[in-house]
Design a protein around this ligand. Structure first.
Ligand code: FE2
Length: 287
């Protein structure tokens, strides 16, 4: 399936694009099953971000390090609302997961097959990406009742390129709607530039991150909701402001997402938290 000329124009105008039926039901089920299988096999009893520490700075370092070194691994992150003041989960780990990432596209065979497959390649070519490199991937779980709000943000705050040339692929593995926390977009905001940056820094002798700049706009009337049926793809321009609601339903909202940038026309910023590693240099969709 290739994007039409109108699709591409819409993406460039609004900063996002919904493509229905991008993956089949079967592809969604297989990808979701592969993801849940990884979760099933994980031993959460000694999870580093849940191991209680009496020193809060020590705990913070552990969390920062666990995140910053996750680019070439599959790691697990919990919903903030599911972690109590003592750093322990208030529910069973498997139902409290916010996401896992950030190298499913390299380490999980079916995620790899989908990410580097024909369908994705056709979209990237329609967007005229010369040398698209995949930089990260995640499954976001948004569990029933626990899945929290994602505040308004621009993806390029976290994944910056010079010039900006980042595209997010967001695929609904289950229906995403107003009740279980679909995304909301502020159309056209990708033309206003990146307002904030999350940068790598050294804090107390360890690698950490620091936020510089402003927060993006948050006026409710600027946003439109984008419900997506299972199998639908949303393309996300790196600079468009978007957010998602809490999951108030008793259904999960599992999605697979990955980001790529055009290495043919832009450079990966060295101050991004995520950097290519020896074991996983950002792989190309095609050259
Ligand atoms: Fe995002």
């Amino acid at each position: 399936m290739a994007l039409s000329k109108e699709d591409v124009e819409k993406y460039r105008r609004d900063g996002y694009l919904l493509v229905d039926n991008f993956l089949s039901e079967e592809e969604c089920d297989q990808l979701r099953k592969a993801a849940l299988n990884i979760v099933e096999k994980e031993d959460f009893s000694q999870h580093p971000t849940l191991t209680f520490s009496t020193k809060s700075t020590e705990q913070k370092h552990t969390k920062s390090d666990y995140f910053i070194t996750s680019g070439d691994k599959i790691r697990f992150f919990f919903e903030e609302g599911a972690v109590g003041p003592d750093g322990k989960l208030t529910s069973e780990p498997r139902v409290a997961l916010n996401k896992m990432g950030h190298a499913l596209h390299a380490l999980e065979p079916y995620a790899k097959q989908i990410t580097f497959g024909d369908k994705v390649q056709k979209v990237a070519r329609a967007l005229e990406l010369n040398k698209p490199r995949v930089v990260q991937s995640m499954v976001i779980f948004k569990p029933p009742k626990i899945g929290g709000v994602v505040k308004a943000h621009q993806d390029s705050t976290f994944l910056y390129t010079d010039p900006m040339n980042l595209v997010g692929f967001w695929i609904a593995l289950e229906d995403a709607d107003l009740e279980n926390g679909c995304m909301w977009f502020a159309p056209g905001t990708h033309r206003e530039g990146v307002v904030g940056r999350l940068k790598r820094t050294i804090k107390d002798g360890s690698v950490d991150t620091v936020y510089e700049g402003d927060a993006p706009r948050t006026k409710d009337e600027d946003f439109v909701s984008v419900p997506v049926k299972k199998g639908g793809l949303v393309l996300i321009h790196g600079e468009v402001v978007h957010k998602s609601g809490a999951n108030q339903s008793d259904r999960s909202r599992n999605i697979y997402t990955f980001h790529l940038y055009d290495a043919g026309t832009s450079t990966w910023n060295k101050s991004n938290w995520l950097q290519p590693s020896d074991s996983l240099p950002f792989p190309c969709l095609y050259e």
